[in-house]
Write a protein that binds this ligand. Structure first.
Ligand code: ADE
Length: 261
């Protein structure tokens, strides 16, 4: 999976994503992350990429052209990457710039977008490359958004200062679904939100901590009973903490009764 992040703060995203599991997956070549600095495509001598909004109003807007040129640079990088991989689906266009036949998905991070979910992460994880566009100031000139953006995504109903943290969150959530990124492929198998149920409680050594014992059943070695107990715990926990999810969960009649308490 190749991620391209168009941003005014490339160091922020590279530092944030360069460690831990994502960093290791990059070292192994399973993922690549390329932060493209939109300011490199400023077209005036002050290197500025923002201007006042027509019609007045508070704040500044990111201008269309630097964002568009940054996007064109990403397209060229994707085409070059595909060529290096022996994929000839990129074709040169009139001005000699390599272009890509299949447009990449370009995600604009905005509080106006659809709220990001695990289901969306699963969808995005099927792509070969994903491009993120991080806005700043009061937003981005609408015309370039119309031209390049395929998905408008929000990470929740609150306003942040820019799209970098949302992009990092999405890269993290998508990356861990890419085969080989997690050590243990089963660890992505049962977890919160699978089947719209929250994860059951988990315990590690010691058996007693602060006078709290690990539930006896987990020490029994009886796998079928343990699975049954875990499923019940998932149902109970979801009923208590996220009853909204239960409506979409696929429960047996007995589990529905358990959830009602
Ligand atoms: N940019 C600012 N706030 C945001 C949010 N909640 N989600 C995505 N992008 C944003």
């Amino acid at each position: 999976m190749h991620f391209y992040i168009m941003t005014l703060f490339p160091e922020m995203v590279m530092q944030g994503l360069g460690t831990s599991i994502i960093g290791r997956a990059m070292e192994k070549g399973i993922l690549s992350i390329d932060a493209v600095n939109i300011r490199d495509y400023a077209f005036n001598k002050h290197n500025s990429v923002d201007d006042y909004p027509y019609g007045g109003g508070a704040g500044m807007l990111m201008q269309a052209e630097p964002v568009y040129q940054a996007y064109r640079a990403v397209e060229a990088k994707i085409a070059a990457g595909k060529k290096a991989d022996g994929d000839d689906s990129s074709v040169p266009i009139e001005d000699g710039t390599p272009a890509i036949r299949k447009k990449p998905r370009v995600v604009y991070l905005t509080p106006q977008g659809k709220t990001f979910t695990q289901g969306m992460a699963e969808e995005f994880a099927k792509e070969e490359e994903l491009v993120f566009l991080c806005g700043h100031y009061e937003g981005i000139d609408e015309r370039v958004l119309e031209e390049i953006v395929t998905d408008y995504v929000s990470i929740g109903d609150y306003i942040l200062t820019g799209g970098e943290l949302p992009a990092m969150i999405m890269v993290d959530a998508v990356s861990r679904l890419v085969p080989g990124v997690l050590h243990n492929d089963v660890s992505a198998e049962f977890e919160s939100f699978q089947d719209n149920l929250l994860e059951y409680p988990q315990y590690s050594r010691p058996e007693v901590w602060h006078e709290k014992r690990v539930p006896e059943i987990l020490l029994s070695g009886h796998h079928a009973n343990i699975e049954k107990w875990r499923r019940e715990q998932s149902v109970l926990r979801t009923a208590r903490l996220r009853p909204d999810l239960l409506e979409k969960a696929d429960l047996t009649e007995a589990e529905r009764v358990l959830a009602r308490g």
